[in-house]
Design a binder for this molecule. Structure first.
Ligand code: UDX
Ligand code: ADP
Length: 492
């Protein structure tokens, strides 16, 4: 192809710009760029350090397979930039994937989504746009956000036409690349007008580069927005259900793994997502359910709101039940005792700590005056200290807006190895299911601990019988209790 032909091809390229280079925006855009070589994708963010990291060797998020995808297309048709206005102005399709924290004050505090970042992104789009745009909601937002965004855009339109689409992301961290390569479904919601349908088709054409047609679902805007909240609520509900049963198993001598296996064999229920744990974490589940609760309340449906609120209550109960179990097993006090915490991320294969159950468990142990020593293969000491000093819901704001009070975390040390964390400890708590925790030399750990030595397995990763043979007193979530633990009931 000659120079002119190539120049024409570039000029006609569909241009995508994604506002927000986070856990959703970064991986999703990298995969779109990889699968659609004919599309130029620019990810923009106001955080210069985040963009620098996306352009460097150490990406700002840890996600298996992501490095490889980014390296294949960065500099070709995938770019990361802080030049937000320029790239928004040039784009045909703008994905918005900014943070949507839970409000901490004012109307709907503790439940409603704070749309400050979304609104400022929308106003900026309206300011700089000179050509028609498709604006795609990617970050989870409350139902009817599209309507609000549409109003901001059309009231400031200066003749530009906007089509708003809702295209919620269903990827899970740790498996994001796989989820994006072979999604169960892609959901696109849009207006039921000819222009709306055209916009839906344009986005559908992007995904059709690699997703089979029958997996691309199209709905109206509200259905798409609500489907995302409902899907996360259903998933979280499954975990709260199995966690509720885990408490009953401990009380009665049943084994939650056996119960979950038997229940999951029913093809109507299915085997996935039934692992009892110390509680679910992550940036979505709690936030989305709180959102759902708020929307139900606003629509005069208090019974429905209470039904979903209970999913979060059980999750909080599970975390405090775990702390109580630790404290009561150790003669009802952990004051001055060293407790090793293995795992701080909200699940394995991610360095993400947003809403991780480890925060509440550590705070609970610190509240009982324990001294804790934390090891996680992917979470930095700085992040752990920030998390333990942070107020509820503050994590979803930019770092410079998050308050810190380092005095609150004096009793915390962070190590770079599980053995150092457990050295001289009275107890070990496993809070993330990292594979390496299955392979540790527990004999060596036992030899270097105070006696009696305890293991509290919040993820059911260790072989409890093997550890008991070494001499440990072992607590595994939802499993029959050691006689030691039976004598020391823990009631949350
Ligand atoms: C979730 C949804 O799965 C995803 O579709 C959505 O887009 C975003 O929210 P994510 O938060 O990344 O994804 O992780 P997920 O795998 O869903 O795990 C959430 C939490 O539940 C983790 O803390 C995990 O450890 C916990 N969990 C999961 C359990 O305790 N038991 C299980 O059986 C499964
Ligand atoms: P998620 O998990 O949904 O991807 P993150 O918090 O990881 O959420 O990412 C959201 C990103 O959006 C952050 O990097 C933040 O700096 C960025 N952001 C927020 N508001 C704006 C804005 N108005 N313009 C550009 N980037 C923004």
């Amino acid at each position: 192809m000659g120079f002119v032909g190539r120049a024409l091809e570039i000029a006609n390229m569909v241009k995508i710009c994604c506002i927000g280079a986070g856990y959703v925006g970064g991986p999703t855009m990298a995969v779109i760029a990889l699968k659609c070589p004919s599309i130029e994708v620019v990810v923009v963010d106001i955080s210069a350090s985040r963009i620098a990291a996306w352009n460097g060797d150490q990406l700002p998020i840890y996600e298996p397979g992501l490095d490889d995808v980014v390296k294949q297309c960065r500099g070709k048709n995938l770019f990361f930039s802080t030049n937000v206005e320029v790239h928004v102005a040039e784009a045909d399709i703008i994905f918005v994937s900014v943070n949507t924290p839970t409000k901490t004050r004012g109307l709907g505090a503790g439940k409603a989504a704070d749309l400050t970042y979304w609104e400022s992104a929308a106003r900026m789009i309206a300011d700089v746009s000179r050509s028609d745009k498709i604006v795609v909601e990617k970050s989870t937002v409350p139902v009817k956000t599209a309507e609000a965004i549409e109003k901001i855009l059309t009231h400031n339109s200066k003749g530009v036409n906007y089509q708003i689409l809702s295209n919620p992301e269903f990827l899970a961290e740790g498996t994001a690349i796989q989820d994006l390569f072979t999604p169960d479904r892609v959901l696109i919601g849009g207006r039921e007008t000819p222009e709306g349908r055209r916009a839906v088709q344009t986005l559908k054409d992007v995904y059709a580069h690699w997703v089979p047609e029958d997996r691309i679902l199209t709905t109206n805007l509200w259905s798409a927005e609500l489907s995302k909240l409902a899907a996360n609520a259903f998933l979280a509900q499954r975990i709260s259900s199995v966690n509720a049963i885990s408490a009953l198993c401990e009380a009665t001598g049943a084994n939650v793994s056996e119960v979950a296996f038997a229940v999951g064999k029913d093809s109507r229920i299915g085997p996935k997502f039934l692992n009892a744990s110390v509680g679910f974490g992550g940036s979505c589940f709690q936030k989305d359910i709180l959102n759902l609760v708020y929307i139900c309340e606003c629509n005069g449906l208090p019974e429905v709101a209470n039904y979903w609120r209970q999913v979060i209550k059980i999750n909080d109960y599970q975390k405090s039940r775990f702390v109580n179990r630790v404290v009561s097993s150790m003669f009802n006090t952990v004051s001055g005792k060293k407790i090793a915490v293995l795992g701080f991320a909200f699940k394995k294969d991610t360095g993400d700590t947003r809403e991780t159950p480890a925060i509440d468990v550590c705070k609970g142990l610190l509240g009982d005056k324990a001294s804790i020593s934390i090891y996680d293969p992917q979470v930095t000491e700085e992040q752990i200290r920030r998390d333990l000093a942070m107020n509820k819901f503050d994590w979803d704001h930019p770092a410079h807006l998050q308050p810190t009070s380092p005095a609150a975390v004096k009793q915390v040390s962070v190590t770079w190895d599980a053995y150092a964390a457990a050295k001289g400890a009275h107890g070990v708590c496993i809070l993330t299911e990292w594979d390496e925790f299955r392979e540790l030399d527990y004999q060596m750990i036992y030899d270097n601990m105070q006696k009696p030595a305890f293991v509290f397995d919040g993820r059911n990763v260790v072989d409890a019988e093997k550890l008991r043979a070494i001499g440990f007193i072992v607590y595994s979530i939802g499993k029959p209790l050691d006689s030691w633990l039976k004598d020391m009931p823990a009631i949350a």
